[in-house]
Design a protein around this ligand. Structure first.
Ligand SMILES: *[C@@H]1O[C@H](CO)[C@@H](O)[C@H](O)[C@H]1NC(C)=O
Ligand SMILES: *[C@@H]1O[C@H](CO)[C@@H](O)[C@H](O)[C@H]1NC(C)=O
Ligand SMILES: *[C@@H]1O[C@H](CO)[C@@H](O)[C@H](O)[C@H]1NC(C)=O
Length: 425
């Protein structure tokens, strides 16, 4: 009986815990209604087009569908409203999403922005005020995960550098901000950074400062080493001269003292010369270390119990991409880390190996076509450069919209059939 009661109690607790998990946003782009949920900004009329696509290679034709940038060298701006405005003062804020740079990205953003209630989705651009910006950003050698907080009208960047992957696979990014003002960032479920907001951002004036009135005491010893008083110059130490007259030299026969002046042998280095002697250094027994002014409480310091707290009502992508093709998916905003973990297991970890296999298969197909094309177009006059160009054309990194069908599209259609997609585009 006791056991049963305990079990029921446990069950109820589980239900309560479950009921407490709040999901403010969950988007997997797996239905055709996504366009109703997302608003493209109108701030300029040449923004890049987002489409929903599972990717050239993918784990699952349905589950892998995500929001993809489809045009090169474009700005992108799109946003969506959360189911309700979040106030994360007293609860965790969890932001999680996947990014797949299947185009082989050279330069482009891959981050989300959490936006306040006064946000205007029609006017969304780089200047729109945001609460938090989070996610990968790649441009040439810059490959980092951004975490930027808005604080007192300034955007403050995390002081730690966190690298991000630049491969063509799907990766999972998660940010957790806790009410005790700690944060954690994980990549593919591996913790890559954590700490206190106040330590890892320049948000507040420092709590303590060096006492400006302090002066170094006269008798402070900050020489770490001194000459050894015991050390004596060895008897046979030769500390001069460095040069001696060459004993081998002799006055030339045709030397005329009157015309040439008196003859002197040339100077050569003294073979016995040891250089100047100095006693060896030993550590100074009186050394106190470098002097530093003592810390005193900073009179300008103000604590901010709301450093971590925002009202968030929208999520958006405001990006620049040179080579397009990035797929964003599985976007989740919740107050429950465990729920985020379950969601990640279901939508990301379940598909990771399948995606690896799909990529392998895709690479094999591309290689096959390259080889066949190589045979067909073989021609003695082809230069190596031409060959390279043909190979590149045979495998562009991304399917472009409104392109004339060509052999390549046939290849992809064929590939998609093999994986069971027919009508995504
Ligand atoms: C994708 O999902 C829809 C709705 O759940 C289903 O009808 C369709 O058959 C699925 N397609 C594939 C390729 O799995
Ligand atoms: C902050 O809160 C989280 C979640 O409750 C906890 O895991 C962590 O240990 C806390 N950290 C500090 C420094 O209090
Ligand atoms: C290859 O080069 C030869 C001689 O340079 C030329 O006669 C021939 O037309 C070229 N073939 C092609 C396909 O360009």
């Amino acid at each position: 009986m006791r056991l049963k009661k305990a079990a029921v109690f446990g069950f109820l607790c589980a239900i309560i815990a479950e009921a407490q998990a709040k999901v403010y946003f969950e988007e997997t782009f797996s239905d055709d209604e996504w366009q109703k949920r997302w608003t493209v900004s109108k701030h300029r009329d040449d923004l890049g087009v987002f489409r929903v696509y599972p990717g050239i290679f993918h784990a699952d034709a349905n589950a892998s569908r995500g929001l993809q940038t489809s045009q090169d060298a474009k700005f992108y701006a799109i946003s969506s409203q959360l189911t309700e405005t979040i106030d994360n003062t007293d609860k965790p804020l969890v932001v999680q999403f996947t990014v797949k740079h299947e185009q082989g990205i050279d330069c482009g953003g891959g981050y989300v922005k959490l936006l306040p209630p006064e946000f205007d989705s029609d006017k969304f651009d780089g200047d729109s005020k945001y609460n938090i910006m989070f996610g990968p950003d790649i441009c040439g050698l810059k490959r980092k995960i951004h975490f930027i907080l808005h604080h007192e009208n300034q955007n403050k960047e995390l002081k730690k550098e966190i690298g991000c992957p630049v491969d063509e696979y799907t990766h999972l990014y998660r940010l957790v901000v806790q009410p005790n003002q700690t944060y954690s960032i994980s990549l593919d479920d591996k913790l890559v950074s954590e700490g206190l907001l106040v330590d890892d951002f320049d948000l507040l004036t420092p709590k303590n400062i060096k006492d400006p009135t302090a002066v170094k005491p006269e008798d402070w010893v900050d020489d770490a080493t001194i000459p050894d008083p015991e050390d004596k110059k060895p008897e046979d130490w030769v500390d001069g001269p460095a040069l001696i007259p060459d004993p081998e030299a002799s006055k030339p026969d045709d030397w005329d003292d009157e015309a040439d002046g008196s003859w002197e042998p040339p100077q050569i280095p003294n073979p016995d010369y040891n250089g100047p002697w100095s006693p060896k250094l030993i550590s100074n027994p009186d050394y106190k270390g470098p002097w530093e002014a003592p810390l005193i409480p900073n009179p300008d310091y103000r604590d901010d119990p709301l450093l971590h707290a925002f009202n968030t009502a929208y999520i958006g992508f405001d990006l620049w991409q040179v080579k397009s093709g990035t797929i964003f998916d599985n976007i989740l905003i919740t107050d429950d880390v465990e729920y985020a973990q379950e969601f990640a297991d279901k939508i990301f970890f379940a598909y990771r190996d399948v995606e690896l296999q799909a990529k392998k298969k895709y690479d094999e197909l591309v290689q096959k076509v390259k080889d066949e094309e190589g045979e067909n177009t073989f021609d003695d006059n082809d230069t190596e450069e031409q060959d390279d160009k043909e190979a590149e054309e045979a495998a562009p990194p991304v399917l472009k919209e409104q392109e004339e069908p060509d052999e390549l599209d046939e290849l992809f259609a064929n590939y998609e059939q093999q994986l069971g997609i027919k009508d995504e585009l």
